[in-house]
Design a protein around this ligand. Structure first.
Ligand code: BG6
Length: 534
């Protein structure tokens, strides 16, 4: 039986209500930041609740999760008694934990620091020292949760965020079950938030799903793919399904091909332990890029809800068809030493903690098609890499050439293909590229672009993906969380590629600071196409 009762925990506060409320201080001492920091896009406030983070000493927690919690509080989107509980193997008291969070917030939060918001949040912070096999620590967690129900009024509603390496998932969920934390009392909820990577291949993903679902009901589990929390990714749906002008041409009759790029300029930093043996394709194609593909290619969902979205995304993932010759239509690369931003950087094999004989991919490019009526025969090229020329994520829908031209061929010599480019980051927005007459007495046509930039059209800055997703978890809104079937379908796409790569020797090398291995350019050149250089 489901324990989800989101309607009881969601409080809708409209702009008008917030303004009418007008106070900065409520009788119970709650500071109401809505008064001066209003948010028109997310006028939803989580009901009484708490967040328990496992792996709270990790990078993700420090750089993203803790700052996101503060930013939500600062925007008035958390309940007054909100509680944050950290669990980790550190000899910390609550106060030490609060100091760590404080530092993370000062360094990484998006919104300005405000002492009164911080104080209120800090009062609800608790820390449980312990390892994942420590029964006593989980008992202490249970008492803490009960104490917070009383002192902070969390209503027994808790989300458990597993920001831990996947090998610990089974143990943590089992411990939550054993200590009675996974089941909620009548009228309250418990949820599990699971970070990627969700498995290493199809088989391990299935095993993990089975373990998690042995403890939690499907609607209690939220799998994070933080790309879905990005405004520009959600905008793919707005663009396609709230407008009339794109959808008629969004198909094989007009589209030549689609390029999805996620390029990073950073190397692997201090993440050798996680990254080596995983590689670029498992790290981001299996999740972020295939989700971008699903949003780009899916049919219109019958409603904007979790069920309908998952149904359409799953159809796309299941229709994926890989080329027969993976040796020609996929490329795996590894960065060698090079120059980046005026600095000399080491190659992957020289990075600290990396096995010098490692064949892990830091670059991956694949071609695939979708076996359905809308997209039959249209190639989708996906690529990602570390230490590339610049950080950029975009989806380029490239159109066929006009079927006929009344102009001399010289007039259109400089004309490229029409394209709609959804700029996911960092320069959030959209570009439409088309041909236009060059001013002058002769007919000469060249590419021009028309731009929409978030920064120019809207005054609000985009929330961080984790703000949106943590809030959604607290509200029980599952729209932006991939389902287990999607995770498994994505592994089904990637497994044959990884298996093929495992039989090959070393990945192609590319110098840091470039656009990847030459083999990737050759891969597209064989199809008569070329990668964009955004
Ligand atoms: C993570 C990957 O999921 O996404 C990292 O594990 C990658 O390797 C990161 O650097 C990129 O996220 P963003 O939001 O900076 O594009």
């Amino acid at each position: 039986m489901s324990t989800e009762r989101p309607e009881e925990t969601v409080r809708e506060v409209t702009q008008a209500e917030a303004e009418k409320a007008g106070e900065t201080q409520r009788p119970n001492g709650w500071v109401n930041p809505l008064r001066d920091q209003r948010d028109r896009r997310l006028p939803r406030i989580a009901g009484p609740s708490g967040l328990v983070i496992f792996g709270v000493t990790g990078d993700l927690s420090r750089k993203k999760l803790m700052p996101a919690v503060y930013d939500l509080a600062n925007r008035g989107l958390l309940p007054p008694g909100f509680s944050l509980v950290g669990f980790a193997r550190r000899d910390w008291a609550d106060q030490d934990f609060a100091e760590v969070v404080h530092e993370a917030v000062r360094e990484h939060s998006r919104t300005p620091f405000r002492e009164e918001v911080w104080q209120q949040l800090a009062e609800g912070m608790r820390f449980i020292p312990g390892t994942f096999d420590d029964d006593e620590a989980f008992e202490q967690l249970r008492s803490s949760v009960e104490e917070l129900n009383v002192t902070r009024g969390t209503g027994g509603n808790y989300a458990f965020y597993l920001s831990v390496p996947p090998k610990f998932f089974p143990q943590v969920v089992q411990q939550l079950k054993k200590h009675g934390l996974a089941k909620a009392a009548e009228g309250s909820w418990r949820r599990a938030v699971i970070e990627k990577p969700f498995g290493h291949d199809l088989e391990s993903a299935r095993e993990l799903n089975a373990i998690v679902h042995d403890v939690f009901e499907p609607d209690q589990v939220f799998r994070i793919d933080h790309y879905l929390g990005k405004e520009t990714v959600q905008n793919i749906l707005a663009l396609r399904f709230a407008n009339q002008m794109y959808e008629p041409i969004w198909n094989r009759s007009y589209v030549d091909h689609v390029q999805i790029t996620m390029a990073e300029d950073i190397g692997i930093g201090g993440r050798a332990g996680y990254y080596d043996g995983i590689g670029a394709a498992r790290d981001v194609i299996q999740n972020h890029l295939l989700q971008l593909l699903a949003f780009t290619a899916m049919e219109e969902p019958i409603a904007f809800d979790a069920e309908a979205l998952a149904t359409e995304k799953l159809k796309v993932l299941k229709s994926a068809k890989l080329p027969e010759d993976l040796g020609v239509h996929t490329v795996r690369g590894q960065y060698a030493a090079g120059w980046q931003g005026g600095e000399k950087v080491v190659g992957y094999l020289e990075e600290e903690g990396i096995d010098p004989g490692s064949t892990t991919d830091t670059y991956a490019a694949i071609k695939m098609e979708l076996d359905n009526r809308r997209w039959a025969g249209v190639p989708f090229y996906l690529r990602t890499g570390k230490r590339l020329a610049r950080r950029v994520t975009e989806i380029a829908v490239v159109f066929q050439r006009a079927p006929h031209s009344p102009f001399d061929s010289t007039a259109t010599e400089e004309l490229g293909e029409n394209a709609i480019v959804i700029r996911v980051q960092p320069d959030e927005g959209m570009t439409v590229r088309f041909g236009s007459k060059v001013p002058g007495t002769s007919m000469e046509i060249r590419d021009v672009t028309m731009d929409f930039a978030y920064g120019e059209s809207f005054t609000e800055s985009s929330p961080e993906a984790y703000e949106r997703l943590i809030l959604d978890v607290l509200l029980g809104d599952a729209n932006l969380f991939p389902r287990p079937e999607e995770v498994e379908a994505s592994w089904k796409i990637l497994d044959p590629i990884e298996e093929f790569w495992a039989t090959q020797g070393k990945p192609a090398q590319y110098a840091a600071g470039t656009w990847g291995p030459e083999e990737a350019d050759e891969m597209l050149a064989r199809d008569g196409r070329s990668w964009r250089r955004p």
